[in-house]
Ligand binder design. Structure first.
Ligand SMILES: [Zn+2]
Length: 301
């Protein structure tokens, strides 16, 4: 059953989104953040690195990359700030404060050996995350699945850190959700792609079978517009391509591969079980189409 939360000025729900790099919050969960903020949920976004190893679109800021001025991380704080403003979140927050951990780069690159690389963050990152859980006591925590969505080592590490911290913190959020891409969405094709971009090859874009999805957040027009505005904030990382009238927009990262900006964001969620449940503490929710806030808004904390 699908129900929509009734927008109000405030509901007593706190949602924590944990992301690896600036831009992930907008690409994967931007619409959800906008919907939750509009519903009165208190939303915070914690970003684990500054995305220092990212590539850059266009010439203007190309000199900032890690192999040149190595100033991209600081610049991306400004992009993240703009994106969060568009989504209705007050300011960026970082795991262990800004610059504590560094973008580890793509798998197999030497940047993973940097002393501050997030993949080597060890116990310290888990303790920081547990401190956030106990300090702010979120009802809902959103991060990546065990594969890190598309396999970036920092995304995998974000998943590991969140789940290790959940095992150590005194506070137990009521729901833990993994942001995922529905397989049915990646098959969407742009009717007239710009010549410098291309469609994805079969299986090039990571996705999960629709039958595994448990929760979703449909994006109303204003939340979808907020997501597009947030994506626009990450101009060094991606470009946006309008879709046909009423159809989803597309985005392309520096690899030039078009991917849809879906009208619905999907999740695989687990709920806090009854303390007596031997399968607990968290039990996977049944596959379905429930709203991500279902079950969280009607009970008081
Ligand atoms: Zn990322």
């Amino acid at each position: 059953m699908t129900t929509s939360p009734v927008p109000s000025t405030h509901i007593d729900v706190r949602a924590l989104f944990v992301h690896a790099h600036p831009d992930d919050e907008a690409i994967t969960t931007g619409g959800t953040i906008a919907v939750l903020v509009a519903a009165g949920v208190d939303v915070r976004v914690v970003t684990c690195t500054l995305g220092e190893e990212g590539e850059v679109l266009g010439e203007e800021f190309a000199g900032l990359t890690s192999d040149r001025a190595d100033q991209l991380g600081g610049y991306r704080i400004a992009e993240l700030s703009a994106a969060l403003r568009a989504l209705g979140v007050d300011r960026p927050r970082f795991l262990g404060d800004a610059g504590r951990w560094r973008d580890s780069g793509m798998a197999g690159t030497p940047s993973a050996d940097h002393p501050r690389a997030f993949v080597g963050s060890g116990r310290a990152a888990v303790e920081e995350m547990a401190g956030i859980l106990d300090g702010w006591r979120p009802d809902l925590v959103v991060t990546y699945d065990p594969r890190g969505g598309y396999g970036h080592p920092d995304h995998v590490r974000a998943h590991e850190v969140v789940h290790a911290a959940l095992g150590e913190a005194a506070h137990r959020p009521r729901r833990v959700a993994w942001t995922v891409t529905a397989r049915s969405d990646v098959s969407l094709v742009h009717p007239g792609p710009p010549s410098h971009l291309r469609h994805a090859l079969p299986d090039e874009l990571p996705s999960v079978r629709d039958s595994r999805l448990t929760h979703r957040v449909p994006l109303d027009p204003s939340s979808y517009a907020a997501k597009l505005e947030a994506l626009t904030g990450h101009a060094t990382q991606l470009e946006l391509v309008p879709g046909a009238d009423g159809d989803p927009w597309f985005l392309a990262l520096t690899n030039g591969v078009l991917q849809p900006v879906p009208l619905v964001e999907w999740y695989i969620a687990s709920d806090l079980a009854d303390p007596a449940d031997p399968a607990g503490p968290y039990v996977r929710c049944a596959p379905g189409r429930s709203h991500l806030l279902d079950g969280l808004t009607e009970e008081s904390r």
